[in-house]
Structures are given as structure tokens and as C-alpha cells.
Design a protein around this ligand. Structure first.
Ligand code: HAM
Length: 447
């Protein structure tokens, strides 16, 4: 009886070898762009105390209400609940605070890795997805938001997708302004409660600001005449926002003001921003962030200003493909790591010698990509595999070669080196093989 085979869980994805180069390219370009900003990497655990996200992200958010992968702790000493992180900001605050790295200093950190949200999967929305994010602590002025936004713009420019994304910007004002606005919004919406969609009805009590970005047509119609958040923003917050806009203008970074942009996490104050694209359908936000000056305190620390963003790498990869096409561009070709040399083992007794020889060659030529044939079989079949691998050169070691310390080199494509025999074949002493390969493969090894 055959055994059941397995599939990925819903919302989880494999990145297969043929797709991995695009991921490497996207992640590499983003991190290279970040490199110039001298932020430091921070690596954080995937599992945290559930309460961290409840308090940090907000009890009434979709993330905490419906989307967390939470389970009971198995530790006897601790009867709490654990959660696979749905985002990185709360963990980052937890970490820097725990290690005393937040006070009387500034911190600029970046992180990457998987996040988990129990969402309904669709293109661009997964239950495990990758983020690359950055957070800055200890700087209150709007130049931080400008720097963070500039960093994201640089990364998008490096990926060739800047013209496919639009920066949307809003301010939520200070904590006080947000509370006053929330009260005004609830007073306005309460008489319409019965007409709102069910999610918005629930949010009227728990998280009224999220009603602003409801997808329901009737709710949107009601919201259109609601009090406007900008009218509640105090003068100081207005100045902060104006100054940020001036900085962005000076930096030549185009933006759109969007007064209904409130973001799905509760910790923001002042600036919120998103980079959105129309090229990916419904899941068009490739990056989101903002300022969160109250979060450190909320998580038990001393008041410390903070700001940051996170990019969705899955969506950046989709967008990169949508913009550049499925066709390989040069950057991806360089990452595809083709096999350059295929080592055929013509006699089973040569396996040990071949493994050693292969390793010596890799050490001598660090850029060399050499694959050994270690699955046995006839030489003819091995040469077919060599050809299919795309290698330029096949090396053959059998009983004869072992006996006289040589290797047969067969050029599989294009011009053989001058001096090679008619069949593009050459016998080279093992001791001279590295130098021979270096000459034969000079072009591809230079990449
Ligand atoms: P967020 O908007 O929840 O913010 O997520 C940031 C980005 O992660 C989104 O713009 C999107 O590209 C990607 N993303 C979110 N959920 C999914 C999903 N289910 N599938 C694929 N991609 C997804 C945060 O997480 C905040 N921590 C950002 C931040 C950092 N704010 C301040 N500092």
C-alpha cells in the first residue's frame, strides 16, 4: 500500500530552486541599499509571549483578534500562551528594552525573516511571509521618517520598481488627537450603526478608526461625511507632518496624502506611510510603516520615540517579476549558479579520488561551480548528464586516468582551447588541472 504524500499547509509556500534566484536578487538589492545607511542587523526569535503582541499591536486589531498562530506554552513553569510573530516591531522593542539598549542612545536596526498571520490566502497574501524591516529609536524629529522613506525608495530604485509604486502618507497626530478623533468618529457613526457592515459594527466598539478603510460600499458612503482626522491634529503634530513633507520634497521623493490611511496596527502616532502598487491586484501594499512614540512605554519601558517600516518580500518578488517579466535579467543570470564543470567518475573505484580532486579544485578556484557525478552508471549516461547540466567542461576520471595521474577534459560547447584534440578533448595531469581550468574558464570565473 502506498503511503500518503504531503503538501504544503494552506497559505505556506515553497520557494523552489528555479525561483530562488529572484528572491536572492530582491533580498540582496534591498539589503545592499540599506547597507549604506549603517543600520545594524538584529535577529529576533520567531516565538514570543502572546501578550507582547496583544499589548503591542493592539487587542482590537485584526492581527490580534483573528490572525495569530497562538498555542499553549509547553513549559511547566510558564502556563502562558505563545505566538508565532505576526510582525517584527513589538519583538524589536521587547529585545532592545530587555538588553538595556534603548535609553540615552539612538538605535537603528534592521531585521528580516518570516512572519505568520492566519489570513485568507490569495495572491500576495500568505500565512507565512517574509519581511525586511527597519526600526529607529530615540529620535523625535521628522528627519527619521524622511530617512526611513528614503531608504525604502533607494531599495525600490535598486530593484527597478520605483516607478511602479506610490508613496501614501498620513498623520494620525499625537496620542491625544487620536483619542479625540476616535470619540468624534464614534459619535458620528453610532446613529448609522445598523447600516454598517458587520465588521465595522464590531469595530465601532473596538477599533473605530479601521472603519475608515472598510471595503463595504454603504459603509464608505457613510464614512465620506464623517469627521476628518486632519481636523483633529494639533499644531505640533501638524508642524511635524509639514516638516516631513518639506523634507520629502527637498529629497525629490513624490508622495500622495491619503487621510484615510490608518494602518492595521494600533501603535502608530504621527506619521504613517505605505508604498502601494496597482500591479499586484488586491494585495498592493509592498511596504508599510510609521512613527510609534508610545509603544516603548506601552511595553513597559520609559518613553522613547520610535519609527520604522517593514517591506513584504513576497510582494516585492511578485512585483519584480511583474515589472521585469519572467525573462531573466542580467542580475538573475548571475545568481543562477550554472554548473561550469561536471566531473564524471568512469570507474567506481575512482570515487574517493574524485571527491578529493573536486574539493581541491574548489579550494584552488573559489568561484568555480563544480558538480561531481556520484550516482554511478555508464560513462555515456554520465556524459549526457554533463551536457544537460549546462557545464562547459566535463572532466573524466577512470582507471586509466588514476593509473597515470591525469584527467580527461572534454569541452562540451563552443571553441576548445587551442591545442585540444579534434574531439575537443585533452589529457591534463592532475597537478596542472587547476591552472588549466582557470585558463579554460577565465570568462565565466570572472563573474
Ligand atoms: P504591516 O503593514 O502589517 O506592518 O506589514 C508590512 C508589510 O508586510 C505589508 O506592507 C506587506 O507587504 C507585508 N505583508 C503583511 N501581511 C502579509 C501577508 N499575509 N502576506 C504577504 N505579505 C504580507 C508591519 O508589520 C509593521 N511591523 C511595520 C512597521 C515597522 N511599522 C513600524 N515599524
Amino acid at each position: 500500500m502506498s503511503q500518503k504524500s504531503f503538501q504544503t499547509l494552506r497559505g505556506m509556500r515553497d520557494v523552489l530552486p528555479q525561483d530562488a534566484p529572484r528572491w536572492q536578487h530582491v533580498e540582496g538589492a534591498v539589503l545592499a541599499a540599506f547597507g549604506g545607511y549603517a543600520y545594524e542587523e538584529i535577529r529576533l526569535p520567531l516565538l514570543e509571549d502572546t501578550a507582547l503582541f496583544k499589548r503591542g499591536v493592539g487587542e482590537a486589531t485584526d492581527i490580534v483578534e483573528k490572525e495569530m498562530f497562538s498555542f499553549a506554552s509547553r513549559d511547566d513553569k510558564d502556563d502562558g500562551s505563545l505566538t508565532l510573530r505576526p510582525e517584527g516591531t513589538a519583538s524589536c522593542v521587547r529585545s532592545l528594552q530587555q538588553h538595556g539598549l534603548l535609553y540615552n542612545q539612538t538605535q537603528r536596526v534592521w531585521y528580516r525573516g518570516p512572519m505568520f498571520r492566519y489570513e485568507r490566502p490569495q495572491k500576495g497574501r500568505y500565512r507565512q511571509f517574509e519581511q525586511i524591516g527597519a526600526e529607529v529609536f530615540g529620535i523625535a524629529g521628522p528627519a527619521v521618517e524622511a530617512e526611513l522613506i528614503m531608504m525604502t525608495a533607494e531599495a525600490f530604485e535598486a530593484l527597478g520598481i520605483l516607478s511602479s509604486v506610490e508613496l501614501q502618507l498620513n498623520t494620525l497626530g499625537s496620542g491625544g488627537a487620536r483619542r479625540a478623533y476616535r470619540d468624534a468618529l464614534v459619535s458620528y457613526l453610532t446613529p448609522f450603526a445598523a447600516e454598517l457592515d458587520p465588521d465595522s459594527q464590531r469595530r465601532l466598539e473596538t477599533n473605530p478608526l479601521r472603519i475608515l478603510d472598510s471595503k463595504s460600499a454603504r459603509t464608505q458612503e457613510i464614512v465620506r461625511s464623517a469627521p476628518q482626522l486632519p481636523d483633529f491634529v494639533d499644531d505640533e503634530a501638524k508642524k511635524h507632518f509639514d516638516d516631513l513633507q518639506q523634507l520629502l520634497t527637498d529629497l525629490n521623493i513624490a508622495y500622495q496624502l491619503n487621510s484615510s490611511l490608518v494602518r492595521g496596527l494600533d501603535y502608530y502616532t504621527h506619521t504613517v506611510f505605505e508604498w502601494v502598487t496597482s500591479a499586484l491586484g488586491a494585495q498592493g501594499t509592498v511596504c508599510g510603516g510609521g512613527r510609534y512614540d508610545l509603544l516603548v512605554e506601552l511595553l513597559g519601558g520609559k518613553p522613547t520615540p520610535g519609527a520604522g517600516f517593514a517591506m513584504g518580500v513576497d510582494r516585492l518578488v511578485l512585483l519584480h517579476e511583474a515589472v521585469h517579466g519572467a525573462q531573466d535579467d542580467e542580475a538573475l543570470d548571475g545568481l543562477r549558479a550554472p554548473v561550469e564543470v561536471y566531473l564524471a567518475v568512469a570507474d567506481e573505484s575512482a570515487q574517493g579520488v574524485c571527491l578529493q580532486l573536486a574539493n581541491d579544485l574548489r579550494r584552488a578556484l573559489p568561484d568555480l561551480r563544480l558538480r561531481t557525478h556520484i550516482s554511478g552508471g555508464k560513462l555515456k549516461a554520465q556524459m549526457k548528464k554533463a551536457d544537460a547540466s549546462g557545464a562547459e567542461l566535463a572532466l573524466i576520471v577512470g582507471a586509466q586516468e588514476m593509473a597515470d595521474g591525469s584527467v580527461t577534459c572534454k569541452h562540451l560547447r563552443g571553441q576548445a582551447l587551442v591545442g585540444a584534440g579534434d574531439a575537443g578533448q585533452h589529457t591534463v595531469p592532475m597537478t596542472e588541472l587547476a591552472a588549466y581550468l582557470a585558463r579554460s574558464l577565465a570568462k565565466s570565473l570572472a563573474h
